[in-house]
Design a binder for this molecule. Structure first.
Ligand SMILES: [Zn+2]
Ligand SMILES: [Zn+2]
Length: 255
């Protein structure tokens, strides 16, 4: 992967973000909080998409990163399918995955070949095969995480840090108060990440308020399923059934 990828890594890998990084991340958060879903799910999708595009543009020519790509066995299910929907990705995907496929075939050869010594006694052949299978399984289990997931998880932590640090900013607090709140999974990650942060209880109180509103909408939606009230028009509760599913499993966008 090339300089653009490294730039992303450098930019977002600050343990203590500088004021300018914090301002940019806060603006990102405020924008994401205006979307009709968990803001961190929204950012996960849109930032990941940019990383995947950058990776496809640069990984093919960056020999230095080929080993890392191999050890991760390419992208995870989510990002690989995201990549297949990117226009002009076909040629990069073909080259990167051809390399993986070749590597996989090479790894499989010792297991598939009939004879580490067909002349050897059956017991010895069995032991040799068991040892090779063990080695193969170990290398499979030591598979590194998807490079895009890894990069986003660093940035996600940065966004959570800024959400907590800058909670006193009225624009951020106001945007959160008007948002859908965080999904359950991002709420759990925020609690784990900022367990000792002084602003955590205030963020969670705002989150509780968002959950309370969704709960009311859900109850209203359920009430209107009763035939006695079925003629009443739907309001904001019309899609509460869908939003509560997104709350528990997060939101993903499909191309
Ligand atoms: Zn989420
Ligand atoms: Zn991934």
């Amino acid at each position: 992967m090339g300089s653009a990828y490294r730039m992303f890594q450098r930019f977002f890998s600050h343990a203590e973000p500088t004021a300018s990084v914090r301002n940019l991340v806060r603006l990102d958060l405020i924008n994401a909080l205006q979307q009709p879903s968990c803001s961190l799910c929204y950012l996960a999708h849109h930032k990941s998409l940019r990383y995947v595009e950058t990776l496809l543009d640069t990984a093919v020519i960056d020999v230095e990163k080929r080993d890392a790509w191999r050890h991760a066995k390419g992208l995870c299910h989510w990002h690989a399918h995201m990549a297949t929907h990117i226009p002009q990705s076909h040629s990069s995907l073909a080259m990167l995955y051809e390399d993986l496929l070749q590597h996989e075939m090479d790894q499989l050869d010792p297991l598939a070949s009939a004879a580490p010594a067909s002349y050897a006694p059956p017991k010895r052949r069995k032991r040799l095969l068991a040892r090779r299978i063990q080695r193969w399984l170990q290398s499979w289990q030591q598979c590194r995480p998807c490079p895009v997931c890894q990069l986003w998880s660093e940035q996600e932590r940065l966004h959570m840090t800024v959400l907590l640090h800058d909670w006193h900013e009225p624009t951020l607090q106001g945007a959160f108060a008007q948002s859908s709140g965080l999904c359950v999974s991002h709420m759990a990650r925020l609690i784990a990440h900022g367990s000792s942060h002084v602003h955590l209880p205030a963020v969670l109180m705002a989150q509780r308020e968002r959950l309370h509103i969704l709960h009311d909408e859900l109850r209203e939606f359920i009430r209107k399923q009763d035939y006695r009230f079925a003629r009443e028009p739907y309001g904001s509760e019309a899609d509460a059934w869908r939003r509560v599913v997104g709350l528990f499993v997060g939101t993903r966008w499909f191309s």
